[in-house]
Write a protein that binds this ligand. Structure first.
Ligand code: DGL
Length: 274
């Protein structure tokens, strides 16, 4: 095993690359803390799978990160957060931060300063749980929430169809969003961490609402937790990325999420062992 000098790293996982939107935000917020990212790229997507499978995969992902000594875990995946966060919190003793509560809080704040309406976009498995809706209503029951499952967004992002004007992305975004145009949401909560890459397409199809990135919101929540109660880091970051598929592929694809190729090593993990 590759041995690294690091103290109290934070683990982050996602079904694949989408969680890098959370990693990127957290990297800026905690410059002196090592971040270990696991992307389950061999088993992505989670969003079309059963709750039982999502819970098993999420437990393995957390187990792997804990085997590398992380002191807390950011579940940077809407699907895993909405289907498995309760199980992870019961199973393991480190603190977990998911994307649902932090993103719901941001969306509720925007809605309270507007007309009180939020449109939640997520994978089929996320929307089926109603987790975002419950979290928003726990903050303010008067907020009107609509949710839309957008199963084709993850394949679009994974295949690079993210530019404004992309014909396929625009047609699919119109299909998902235009039925909600009359709802006039103040905020569109991007409840899947892949979706921020489609921001320009979404804003072109439905101009006006504030777009909320679940990954960024959760990174802020993790940074607050680190400041308030995590054990100290050694003040220097020595990040690593782990993937259940090919590291070279991960490196190339991650560049689209990070804005540049990852400047940390990428290792392969046999996740079924965990
Ligand atoms: N990034 C995952 C999420 O936030 C979605 C991808 C998937 O379906 O696995 O829900």
């Amino acid at each position: 095993m590759f041995l690294r000098s690091m103290k109290n790293p934070i683990g982050i996982f996602d079904s694949g690359l989408g969680g890098l939107t959370g990693y990127r935000a957290l990297r800026k917020l905690l410059p002196g803390r090592t971040l270990l990212y696991f992307g389950d790229t061999a088993r992505v997507p989670y969003g079309t799978r059963s709750r039982e499978v999502i819970r098993r995969y999420s437990t393995q992902d957390a187990n792997f990160l804990l085997s590398h000594g992380v002191c807390a875990i950011l579940v940077a995946c809407g699907t895993a957060s909405s289907n498995a966060l309760d199980l992870l919190e019961q199973t393991f003793s480190v603190p977990f931060v998911g994307v649902v509560a932090p993103a719901a809080e941001q969306a509720a704040r925007v809605a309270e300063n507007g007309n009180g309406r939020v449109l939640v976009l997520g994978t089929s498995a996320t929307v089926a749980t109603g987790a975002y809706e419950r979290a928003i209503h726990a903050i303010d029951p008067k907020i009107q929430v609509r949710s839309a499952a957008c199963p084709l967004f993850v394949p679009l992002v994974e295949n690079g169809h993210t530019q404004k004007g992309d014909v396929a992305a625009t047609a699919i975004a119109e299909e998902y969003l235009l039925p909600h145009a009359d709802f006039r949401p103040d905020a569109v909560l991007l409840g899947c961490t892949h979706y921020p890459l489609l921001s320009e397409v979404l804003s072109a199809v439905l101009p006006g609402p504030v777009l909320i990135s679940a990954g960024e919101a959760s990174a802020k929540a993790m940074a607050s937790l680190a400041a308030a109660s995590l054990p100290p880091s050694d003040g220097s970051a020595s990040d690593a990325f782990y993937t259940s598929d090919d590291p070279a592929l991960f490196r190339r694809e991650a560049a689209r999420f990070l804005g540049a190729p990852p400047d940390a090593p990428v290792f392969h993990v046999d996740i079924e062992k965990y």
